[in-house]
Design a protein around this ligand. Structure first.
Ligand code: FE2
Length: 452
């Protein structure tokens, strides 16, 4: 797939349903969405060599080839095997290799050993994708309305699942390429795309006050949402203030230079243990050369740009930074309440920059907008909220009930999406979650404060 067709697919996907003619039927919309999302995944791999696609650089990272096959397994397992009478898998063993964590769907290969699987080859994995795509096409060629009612919610879940894996594919290949002393380029950066000087980024962030309120939290519309975004419920959010933008690299360097990484008073106990065990002294992908910080990006190794949002920091680092400033991280309810007034726009994967950019890029009119900046896109924002069920939440029975609910332990919620998230994937109520020591995702920091 060419870069221009990636762009076309992403623009179309970004526009969502509105691009589809009103005359399109439900099944035509589903088929078009399916092909757009599948093509976008293929397009992300366009510049990769087969050797790139098989490496697993740490247990959290999956090889590109595995992502291509696993997203395909999802449609085969939950749609074709269930709804196509007499469907027979071409290679039944793929069910074991490409199941990720769905115990109700059968046994699975070990996650940390995915990089040892040389067969199927990349081209065989791509053939598997084409095979399943053609079967989904057949299924959608002339379905009756009852069948469509049954498969539509699972198909749409499959679209969003594949978008999640598009983001993982990007963050995983970044970790893979970062192990290589040659610093390979995933996608050459367009001139100036990473550098957008803007006064707002260099000015100190401001704090915006929010009054105490009883607010509605959680998803409440006919559009798709994951089960963990509900049930919608009321929450009391005491008065707080929120920073107008994420913390920049320049601000984070001040924390480093104040010996933030060697002062236990700022760190959670588990964070302090982790910092010392892992010997962290800067965000992931940073390296110091001749006294200056450099940063490995998907466009290669670059000097750290002080105006960009800091990224690839763990919850522990975000929390320690906040403590160092005398502030704190927001709760997810504070974040969601503040986001109500923010348009869902910003630096998403569709820009194909694959890196957070300074605040100017989030402003379409060329001038810094008053109020909150970069709530969406660029970097996922750590919140201080543990990832736990909303009141009344119950995971659905069966394999698809394992999608979110069983991970509600020992993780923190992140909000807003990143430069690797699809615009059509994110929502104000979206709850991402990772363990506090993880930092290979595009994770960043926005500060909050209590208001007396
Ligand atoms: Fe998955």
């Amino acid at each position: 797939m060419s870069a221009s067709s990636v762009e076309t697919a992403s623009r179309t996907a970004a526009a969502g349903r509105s691009l589809f003619p009103a005359s399109q039927s439900r099944v035509e919309r589903l088929r078009d969405s399916f092909h757009q999302i599948r093509k976008f995944t293929n397009g992300l791999c366009a510049g990769l060599e087969p050797e790139d696609c098989v490496v697993q650089s740490m247990p959290d990272v999956s090889p590109t080839k595995w992502h291509l096959a696993h997203t395909t397994w999802f449609f085969e397992t939950f749609i074709l095997k269930k709804f196509v009478p007499g469907y027979r898998a071409e290679i039944p063993e793929y069910a074991y290799l490409f199941n990720s964590y769905y115990n109700a769907a059968g046994d699975m290969h070990r996650r940390d050993l995915r990089g040892l699987i040389s067969r199927p080859t990349l081209s065989q994995a791509q053939r598997y994708r084409a095979w399943i795509d053609s079967h989904i096409d057949d299924l959608l060629s002339n379905p009756d309305e009852n069948l469509l009612d049954e498969i539509e919610p699972i198909l749409v879940l499959g679209f969003h699942h594949e978008q999640q894996h598009q983001e993982l594919l990007i963050t995983d290949i970044k970790h893979v390429l970062a192990q290589n002393p040659l610093y390979p380029v995933f996608r050459a950066c367009r001139d100036g795309a990473l550098r957008r000087p803007d006064a707002a980024a260099r000015r100190p962030y401001q704090l915006i006050d929010f009054e105490q309120t009883l607010t509605e939290i959680g998803h409440n519309s006919d559009e798709f949402a994951y089960d963990n975004e509900g049930p919608r419920h009321q929450a009391l959010v005491p008065a707080f203030s929120l920073a107008t933008r994420p913390i920049t690299n320049g601000e984070y360097i001040a924390f480093i230079e104040d010996n933030g990484y060697s002062r236990p008073e700022f760190w959670l106990s588990l964070g302090w243990t982790t910092v010392n065990e892992q010997r962290w002294d800067a965000p992931l992908y940073w390296t110091k050369r001749d006294g200056a910080w450099w940063n490995f990006t998907l466009s290669g190794l670059r000097p750290v740009d002080q105006s960009e949002p800091v990224t690839h920091v763990s919850y522990f680092e975000a929390d320690a930074y906040a403590n160092w400033t005398g502030a704190r991280l927001p709760t997810e309810f504070e974040w969601e309440r503040a986001a109500l007034s923010c348009p869902i726009e910003g630096n998403f994967v569709e820009t194909e920059v694959f890196h957070p950019v300074a605040v100017a890029s989030a402003v379409s009119a060329g001038k810094p907008r008053k109020g909150l900046h970069q709530m969406f896109g660029d970097v996922w924002e750590w919140t201080r909220s543990a990832y736990s069920p909303y009141p009344g939440y119950r995971a659905a029975p069966g394999a698809l009930g394992e999608y979110n609910g069983k991970f509600m332990c020992n993780q923190y919620v992140l909000r807003g999406g990143s430069c690797a998230t699809s615009r059509t994937h994110i929502r104000r109520t979206y709850r991402n979650f990772f363990q506090p020591e993880k930092r290979w995702q595009f994770t960043g920091i926005r500060l909050a404060r209590d208001l007396a």
